[in-house]
Design a protein around this ligand. Structure first.
Ligand code: KG4
Ligand code: ZN
Length: 334
């Protein structure tokens, strides 16, 4: 049926999240408990601590998700969970919780790919039309994914080194901003009056791959050199130069991929989709080129379980269930 209730669990990194989704489209609840405050003092996610925090909060978040949705365990049709990629110890917490529920309630288990989740977040707010092209930009991933049809993923390009969010976070850290630093750099860049031009890594002319480590190193070198010489840092101008380079490469490659594949739609997803400069640039360039663009609202861009429920819906309709002995797959491919 198209009214099934999927309880979805996401614990791949530092967000403990449980959602209840009806018919793959309607979010009855989507509770996200962020561990950011815990990891902040270490300047990044500490895997061991992430696992422990997930264990502490998973059952409470689950209760909250059910009560906000106004349903009980008895009403559920299936249990979905992120199988990978992610931190193995973090993934395991959600997987064990999902398996236990599935076993106790006699409900099908649906293992889901985290990136498929980020992409399917779009289905919660609009209709995805195939073929479509997704630009996935997060702390762990930077990928251009072509979907010829539902559930079929082809990775056209990916980062060869740092993910884009990772580059943001590393630059922010050097400027002593708290983790995760992406939003701080974004704000600084948008308020900057001048720009220090930074290099762009286009790679081979026909490549859809990305590389952000050279750019990151260039910004870090500029910061460190100013510090050493006791010169003013010009943080804002650096942030603007960094962001301009990132956006230029992401937007240009994404639009070229849409043109060359004949995709009907461009989707932006992942935590970096929260970036104001990127949203604005992509919106403007897509309008110019007449390309329909989908960007989920912020809450569905960063890690959350609703997107996992949305991705699980297709598997539900196809009866593609996951055996109870499934494993966490930290390097799972799409
Ligand atoms: O998708 P996400 O929540 O987690 C992963 O799966 O990685 O993405 C988190 C990443 C972090 O690196 C964070 O700095 C970045 O998204 N981010 C941003 C912004 N908001 C979050 N990067 C740039 N500008 C932003 N406004
Ligand atoms: Zn993510």
């Amino acid at each position: 049926s198209n009214n099934e209730l999927i309880l979805a669990v996401e614990t791949s990194c530092d967000e403990t999240s449980v959602a209840v989704i009806r018919g793959g489209k309607h979010i009855l609840s989507n509770i996200v408990s962020s561990q950011i405050d815990t990891h902040k003092r270490f300047g990044g996610v500490v895997p061991e601590i992430a696992s422990r925090k997930h264990v502490e909060s998973i059952t409470l978040i689950m209760e909250q998700a059910l009560s906000e949705a106004g349903v009980t365990f008895r009403d559920l049709s299936a249990i979905a969970v992120t199988q990978g990629p992610g931190l193995v110890g973090a993934l395991l917490v959600g997987i064990v919780a999902a398996k236990s529920l599935s076993m106790a309630l006699g409900l099908p288990l649906i293992g889901t790919h985290h990136i498929a989740g980020h992409i399917y977040a779009n289905e919660l707010v609009a209709e995805m039309q195939y073929p479509c092209l997704a630009l996935v930009a997060s702390g762990g991933h930077t990928e251009l994914v072509l979907m010829e049809s539902e559930g079929v993923f082809q990775i056209l390009g990916r980062t060869r080194d740092d993910a884009v969010g990772e580059a943001y976070d590393k630059v922010a850290r050097t400027l002593n901003f708290p983790y995760p630093g992406g939003p701080y750099i974004d704000k600084l860049a948008q308020g900057a009056e001048e720009e220090i031009t930074m290099p762009r890594a286009w790679l081979e002319p026909d490549s859809y791959d990305f590389s952000f480590s050279g750019l990151k190193s260039a910004v870090l070198a500029a910061i460190n050199s100013a510090k050493m010489k006791g010169e003013p840092l010009r943080e804002a101008a650096l942030a603007r130069g960094f962001q301009a380079s990132v956006i230029d490469v992401l937007v240009t490659k994404a639009l070229r991929a849409v043109r060359e594949t004949g995709a009907k739609q461009l989707l932006l997803c992942g935590g970096v989709a929260a970036n104001g400069g990127l949203r604005a640039a992509l919106t403007a360039r897509c309008e110019e080129a007449g390309i329909p663009l989908l960007i989920p609202p912020l809450k569905l861009c960063t890690d959350n379980a609703a997107m996992i429920g949305a991705a699980a819906h297709l598997k539900w309709t196809r009866g593609e269930f996951t055996p109870l002995d499934m494993k966490a797959e930290p390097g799972l491919s799409l």
